[in-house]
Design a protein around this ligand. Structure first.
Ligand code: C6P
Length: 409
């Protein structure tokens, strides 16, 4: 058995939900790619805020409103440091990765795309990085161009270079594939686009909790992620955007807080980042997000990545030994995602049997239907790891898959 990189038992003690049972079995939570669990530090930060500080932000002169605003803006600076963004003006709070991409598609896309322009994505994108571009293409006349992948689930980099052209206005790619676990060479992808003056968006939903992200080093124009995959509450997320680009973009939603002046004839817009934050935000959620970033950095992203890599190596070897298993996604660089099918068993049935054994995995198309078409399967079963995952859970998974195989034999 592989030696783990750090004291996972101590980490698990920070996550109250992990000690519960499911169907009379210890919970093996192997669905962190769908949503991770929250450590006590996050739960307590949210509770402290709700109990002691809550009021609306940016609106009141009274003490509570100022305290809430300070906490909220403090969280924004926490995010800025996590991403190494140059300024808090570049940190826009959203409901999640999906909303971040839709914001860029609508606000940037409407003012920058026209007939004949191309948006380059990869064949392994989540629907959140496909559909918003289709929607904006319908109104602007731009079109989607898809970079193919090889049999291992790696981006065909040569094809990428060939597809970059004077028509390419945006490269929008995932940092890590949710369905295959592939880690894309995102710095090289961005660099090639930038060298040709092409705008870049990185979907970091599956990367943000698993490796350090430095948006300045990466050089991307936009980077989006969701808080709930980073041990933070649902309904939180971030759009990082280069200041000059955000400044040049019109707002995408209208309402309170995003305006400077309003008359019945005309309105003017607030400064960044508020121009893109219409309405009352998810204040407590964002405070939880800041606490989650403190937590993750206290563990060390390098340690988390090494730990998840050990688990992936172990799980891949063990599951490959089961007859009838096919692993989808065997890229050289993978994050802690193991997608597989078992001959003769539908992934949903597999997921149900695993659930009876206390093992939580995701079974389905993983919101990547075009990728499933390419793989020639309707769905896969997917186990995914977080900082708290253990070898014991991997064993529980393997035993449960063996059991499913016997049931369906
Ligand atoms: N993937 C999964 O089980 P939201 O729903 O906005 O928090 O994240 C959307 C999203 C965007 N990009 C990637 C690469 C993603 O993996 C996800 C969410 C989850 O794989 C739920 S479908």
């Amino acid at each position: 058995m592989t030696t783990l990189a750090y004291d996972v038992a101590a980490i698990r003690a920070d996550f109250p939900i992990l000690s519960r049972t499911v169907n009379g079995k210890p919970l093996a939570y192997l669905d962190s790619a769908a949503s991770s669990q929250r450590p006590r530090a996050v739960l307590e930060a949210v509770e402290y805020y709700e109990t002691n500080l809550h009021s609306n932000v940016h609106r009141g002169v009274h003490t509570l409103s100022q305290l809430a605003t300070d906490a909220f803006e403090g969280a924004r600076d926490r995010v800025r440091r996590y991403l190494n963004a140059a300024s808090t003006r570049e940190v826009v709070f959203t409901r999640g990765a999906t909303e971040g991409i839709n914001l860029v598609a609508q606000a940037w896309g409407r003012s920058h795309l026209q007939r004949g322009d191309e948006i380059l994505i990869s064949a392994m994108e989540h629907h959140a990085n496909i559909v918003p571009w289709q929607l904006i293409s319908e109104t602007t006349g731009a079109k989607l161009v898809v970079v193919p992948i090889n049999d291992r689930g790696e981006l065909d980099f040569e094809a990428y270079l060939t597809l970059l052209s004077s028509r390419t206005k945006l490269v929008a790619m995932t940092h890590v594939s949710n369905a295959l676990g592939t880690v894309l060479p995102i710095a090289r992808i961005v660099a090639e686009a930038r060298a040709r003056g092409i705008t870049t968006l990185v979907d970091g939903a599956q990367a943000i909790a698993h490796e350090a992200v430095d948006v300045q080093a990466l050089g991307c124009d936009f980077y989006v992620f969701s808080g709930h995959k980073l041990y933070a509450p649902t309904g939180t997320g971030v759009l990082y955007g280069r200041e000059a680009l955000l400044n040049a973009m019109p707002p995408w939603q209208g309402g309170g807080d995003m305006i400077r002046t309003v008359s019945f004839e005309k309105s003017t817009w607030n400064e960044l980042p508020y121009k893109f934050e219409a309405g009352t935000p998810n204040i407590s959620g964002v405070i939880g997000l800041a606490a989650a970033m403190d937590y993750v950095e206290s563990l060390g992203l390098d340690h988390i990545a090494a730990h998840e890599r050990s688990l992936l190596t172990e799980a891949t070897a063990a599951i490959s030994a089961i007859p009838g298993i096919r692993i989808h996604g065997t890229a050289e660089h993978k994050a802690g995602v193991l997608s597989f099918t078992l001959e003769g068993v539908h992934p949903h049935d597999l997921g149900t049997i695993l659930d009876h054994e206390g093992v939580a995995i995701r079974a389905g198309h993983h919101c990547a239907m075009p990728l499933m078409d390419l793989l020639g399967v309707p769905a896969t079963a997917r186990a995914s790891f977080g900082c708290y995952s253990t070898l014991a859970e991997v064993r529980q998974l393997i035993n449960a898959v063996q059991k499913a195989r016997e049931v369906f034999a």
